[in-house]
Ligand binder design. Structure first.
Ligand SMILES: *Cc1c(COP(=O)(O)O)cnc(C)c1O
Length: 429
């Protein structure tokens, strides 16, 4: 049913179509396991000869309903939920990279992902090269090696808010015979659908706008089903040659456009765990039902906050792609004409100490390690998430020491602006 409906309808309806007498709302299948009539029936599931549920570490009906909704919203063939955005990024890469392999990633990505790729995955023997996403195609291409298996970027980077030129990245990836993986957490499919611009795999931290109420940590991987793995079979033996742990089944032959996501579920989830709990998937679904209402309001409020800060004496700089003078304004207009996200970053004259005084003076905006939920919140990366870094290291990571990350909620804009005004009144540059 999913495809012909518009995003707003998909948010509300996709994934769950109950039949006569079934619950209107997707139930929480709070069960580790599922019953069969014969031993033979269950054996067929283990051989991947039939699809069906047997153990919630691999698949659960509640999760699958919510994953199907996210797949429909992104325009993909299928999706898988994970226990966190970190797990989604880990699996998305690990599904096609093994020890001895290499991938290329934008350097403008979430700090947790940067660490996962640059430190932890290196310990598994998977090497990464970080590149400046604004570099030329030639410069980025120079980072590719014979063993490179993927290119990775964030549509809108957290917290530096760089906008990815998705078409450029897709061209580079495809000219090297590898997929483009895009983390689309900040725009959500309401503002941008990277598959429409050539991306092959999309990942999400559903913890952010998708849940949107700060109740549940979670992630998702969505497969466009369009990357031709068999055309580059030498690069992707995990997908294109027999899997001995499934009696010699070959994913691309058995599952066609679903090969990548089926391998992620049947192999990585089986072996590594990190499933999203059905309870969290249920809460995520409640968030998704209003995603199309919340995201435009977040963007509208963020635009007003950015414009207000831009005109303030005490403000040193403002970064929001909705401002016409912003470095990424044109790219944002191309990929996200309806708005980018609800996060604005800025610095105050006087730097670090003034930033702290401002944040401590906010009454409505709360200091929390979170972004992208309905409540306005604020974080100072140099004092919090990135506090182990020196000022030089911060700048190298693209995070200015005075950067305030302001996540604009969906409260009344006058109340948000009044809170900013009274907090600004407390600070002296
Ligand atoms: C938060 C975030 C992650 C990590 O997600 P968790 O759900 O916190 O594990 C990954 N990518 C982006 C862009 C994020 O904002």
């Amino acid at each position: 049913m999913a495809k012909q409906f518009k995003p707003e309808t998909l948010c509300v309806q996709a994934g769950w179509s109950p039949k006569k007498g079934e619950p209107r709302v997707v139930p929480i299948y709070q069960s580790t396991t599922f019953k069969y009539e014969t031993s033979e029936q269950m054996a067929r599931l283990f051989d991947l000869e039939e699809s069906g549920y047997f153990y919630t570490r691999l698949q659960n009906p509640t999760n699958d309903v919510v994953a199907a909704k996210i797949a429909a919203l992104e325009g993909g063939v299928a999706a898988m939920l994970t226990s966190s955005g970190q797990a989604a990024n880990m699996y998305a890469v690990f599904n096609i990279c093994q020890a001895g392999d290499h991938f290329v990633s934008s350097s403008c990505i979430y700090g947790g992902t940067y660490n996962l790729f640059g430190v932890t995955m290196k310990k598994l023997g998977i090497d990464v090269t970080f590149i400046d996403p604004d570099a030329t195609e030639e410069e980025i291409s120079a980072a590719f090696r014979p063993n490179t298996k993927a290119l990775f970027g964030e549509t809108v980077s957290n917290p530096t808010l760089e906008v990815l030129d998705i078409e450029k990245f897709a061209r580079i990836a495809h000219s090297h015979g590898v997929p483009l993986i895009v983390d689309n957490t900040f725009p959500t499919p309401i503002n941008c659908r990277p598959f429409e611009w050539g991306a092959d795999i999309v990942v999400h931290s559903t913890t952010k706008y998708m849940d949107g109420h700060a109740t549940s940590v979670g992630g998702a991987i969505v497969d466009s089903g369009r990357f031709d793995w068999d055309a580059h079979a030498d690069k992707f033996p995990g997908l294109c040659t027999p899997d001995e742990s499934y009696h010699g089944l070959t994913y691309t032959k058995a599952f066609g456009p679903m090969a990548y996501i089926t391998k992620a579920t049947a192999q990585l989830m089986r072996d590594l765990g990190s499933i999203q709990s059905p309870q969290n998937a249920f809460l995520l679904n409640l968030g998704l039902e209003t995603l199309h209402l919340r995201v435009p309001r977040h963007c509208q409020n963020a635009q007003a906050v950015a414009e207000f800060l831009d005109g303030c004496q005490k403000v040193a700089w403002v970064n929001y792609s909705g401002l016409p003078g912003n470095k990424y304004h044109e790219l944002a207009m191309k990929y996200m004409p309806g708005g980018s996200c609800g996060v604005v970053t800025f610095g105050l004259k006087g730097g670090r100490e003034v930033a702290i005084k401002f944040m401590d003076s906010l009454k409505l905006g709360a200091i929390v390690t979170h972004v992208a939920d309905v409540r306005t919140c604020v974080l100072h990366p140099a004092s919090h998430t990135h506090r182990q870094l020196t000022d030089e290291q911060l700048l190298a990571a693209g995070v200015r020491p005075d950067l305030i990350r302001f996540s604009v909620g969906v409260e009344n804009i006058d109340d948000i602006l009044d809170d900013i005004k009274q907090a600004l009144d407390q600070v002296k540059p």
